[in-house]
Design a protein around this ligand. Structure first.
Ligand SMILES: *Cc1c(COP(=O)(O)O)cnc(C)c1O
Length: 233
């Protein structure tokens, strides 16, 4: 059983690394500049452990209680934890104390609370502002037009480091359409850096079905669940 899982983890990581390498090669980017985050919601600690043993070093979790349990079980593994779920403002302390990166920030208040509530000894928390390019009510995130002003304010917040943008666009069938929406995030990042003299360096975009398009448009972090770990329980 364990050897099977070990074998499975090796195969799956190799598959995704190959996709990353090919996508990078097509646009002359370096694969080292694309961080692979295993989106591990609803996957067991045991499975995550095998992936970790095969070189996966970043994991992203959506559900806080599940995430903290798994983090405690995997305490020996050299993993960096990313919170990629919806953020409730009464949960910011637990998030701050358990995660190095928080991807879904869309209000100043959330950033302020994360910065205040982390442990004093903890490094500043890496923050990504979530964009909502399709203005979907079901998703968190700010409209593209409101993002730059929010960046300016969060960049001045203690205890956090503003690193860039995250987005979960609606599924688009055509790669050209996928690329178009991802390119909006890249352009907005460049423009906002200029406008407010910021140095944001990260774009968290691309999942199982659209990671190639995201890498083509400058993604620096892809969050892959299904095509890495397999179907969720
Ligand atoms: C679940 C999830 C993913 C991974 O999705 P897959 O399609 O399974 O690769 C990525 N990002 C977020 C925010 C998620 O919730």
């Amino acid at each position: 059983m364990t050897t099977d899982m070990q074998q499975y983890a090796t195969t799956q990581i190799n598959k995704i690394r190959t996709r990353i390498n090919n996508a990078c090669q097509a646009v002359n980017r370096r694969p080292e500049n694309v961080m692979l985050i295993g989106a591990s919601k609803r996957q067991s600690s045991e499975l995550i452990c095998h992936f970790s043993n095969n070189g996966l070093s970043h994991v992203g979790e959506n559900y806080l209680q599940e995430a903290v349990e798994k983090k405690n079980e995997l305490i020996e593994q050299p993993l960096t934890w990313h919170f990629i779920g919806q953020i409730q403002s009464n949960k910011t302390k637990i998030i701050a104390q358990n995660f190095s990166w928080v991807h879904g920030v869309d209000r100043l208040k959330i950033a302020q609370r994360l910065g205040q509530q982390k442990d004093a000894t903890q490094a500043d928390i890496n923050i990504l502002i979530q964009l909502n390019p399709d203005n979907e009510a079901s998703k968190a995130g700010v409209a593209l037009n409101d993002a730059s002003a929010l960046c300016d304010r969060i960049a001045q917040t203690d205890g956090v480091v503003l690193r860039g943008f995250m987005m979960i666009p609606k599924a688009r069938e055509l790669v050209t359409d996928q690329r178009k929406v991802f390119s909006q995030a890249r352009e907005l990042l460049e423009q906002t850096n200029q406008q407010y003299s910021l140095s944001m360096d990260s774009l968290s975009m691309g999942m199982s079905t659209d990671l190639e398009a995201a890498i083509s448009e400058g993604s620096t972090m892809i969050r892959v669940g299904t095509d890495l770990f397999g179907a969720r329980q």
